[in-house]
Unconditional design. Structure first.
Length: 400
């Protein structure tokens, strides 16, 4: 019997239907699995291999995987002893038979057309991996501004990409290091990922992307988003203890060793140290509730004599709050956030977004890192009747 090649038509382009292996690492997340796996099964791109890696779960996660495997013959289940996220993904990569590899975390979910579109873009742009945006569970979208192809044909080009797009979160072209918002050619991803230490429990995606940039010839970015990242309070990233400082140090050392292996440590040393210091400052702020500023409003003089409402109380907003309270030339009237109940400030209540319209202020300073997020907030505030001329966003300046 001959082999039939299935084709998809996407925006007028014919795309060969190469197999995509989707790897899902799973550990004790039974309450999220149905939604996650169902979203993968429902993909418009049908030539999938879905690899569910049960990393020694002690709840019903393993049984849920087996139930789905009995329902869909594209699903392969691997049951293994607990070894952590990195080892689970490695097992998935070893078992993958597809020409492309994607990742989905077991407590997240994806939109129906995600892999159809990623496959289209990776072939259209002829790149080794493609990066797309994502949504957080509060609805915020994080993505690059435009579709673009990057050629990495020498050491200097790789150095510049790591400096600007990976280690500097304020750069206009900065991308998320998350590997679940990307699609990779299998032929180079295996060697890029397998060099990672299994014990790396924090920043493993960042290490992987840096390794991929060292090895690939090209990659692409697109502004669309199809991945839904469900940030949980119980995740490692949200823990507040001294272990975080140790994890940051391990990541710093691992990245340094990776850069050394590719003879780029000297060129990247300053940026890596600034990256490490910024993360340590954030850790110290979370641990001690002390002022350890990482970001500054870049043109504070333009706010002199103004009555200010500060919108956004994340990391950038907390640093702006400290900066504005210390500057006697302006008056901080109020602070607000769409999730006001999550935040507390010394000397000032964080008000709900709906209360902004009655606040007496000259300017609303939007305190977020990315311009796209600021535009979305400006649209929401304008819909409440607030004049756009009062809304200000500047690219935050890094203190270190």
């Amino acid at each position: 019997m001959g082999i039939t090649t299935i084709i998809h038509v996407v925006e007028g382009e014919i795309l060969s239907n190469k197999k995509i292996s989707i790897i899902v690492p799973i550990y004790n997340i039974q309450q999220y699995l149905d939604k996650c796996i169902s979203s993968i099964i429902a993909q418009s791109y049908k030539n999938l291999e879905i690899i569910l890696v049960d990393d020694g779960s002690t709840d019903n996660s393993g049984k849920i995987c087996d139930r789905f495997a009995a329902y869909d013959n594209r699903i392969k289940v691997i049951h293994k002893d607990n070894g952590g996220l990195v080892s689970a993904r490695k097992e998935g990569i070893k078992a993958a038979e597809g020409e492309y590899i994607g990742f989905v975390d077991g407590d997240d979910y994806i939109e129906r057309e995600m892999y159809e579109m990623l496959a289209h873009y990776i072939e259209e742009m002829q790149v080794d991996f493609i990066h797309s945006g994502y949504f957080k569970n509060d609805g915020q979208k994080f993505s690059v501004k435009t579709k673009k192809k990057y050629i990495l044909n020498n050491r200097k080009s790789r150095e510049n990409i790591i400096k600007k797009m990976i280690l500097d979160p304020t750069d206009s072209e900065a991308v998320s290091s998350s590997i679940w918002s990307k699609l990779f050619k299998k032929e180079f991803l295996g060697s890029a990922y397998m060099g990672m230490q299994d014990k790396l429990s924090y920043g493993e995606d960042l290490w992987c992307i840096c390794s991929c940039i060292m090895r690939c010839d090209s990659f692409g970015t697109v502004p669309e988003a199809w991945y839904h990242y469900m940030k949980r309070e119980t995740s490692i990233c949200n823990e507040r203890n001294l272990d975080n400082i140790q994890r940051e140090t391990e990541l710093y050392k691992s990245l340094g060793k990776l850069f050394e292996d590719y003879e780029l440590y000297r060129a990247l040393k300053a940026e890596l140290e600034h990256f490490y210091l910024r993360n340590l400052l954030i850790c110290m702020r979370q641990l001690t509730n002390t002022v350890c500023p990482v970001y500054q409003y870049p043109i504070i003089d333009e706010l002199a004599g103004k009555k200010i409402l500060l919108y956004g109380m994340g990391e950038v907003g907390q640093d702006y709050y400290t900066q504005l309270r210390r500057d006697m030339r302006c008056t901080l009237m109020a602070v607000s956030d769409r999730c006001a109940e999550k935040y507390k400030c010394d000397f000032m209540k964080v008000i709900e977004a709906d209360e902004i319209t009655v606040c007496d202020c000259d300017v609303i300073v939007v305190a977020v890192l990315r311009e796209e997020t600021a535009r979305m907030i400006a649209d929401e505030l304008a819909a409440k009747g607030i004049g756009r001329e009062k809304i200000v966003w500047r690219q935050p300046k890094l203190v270190v």
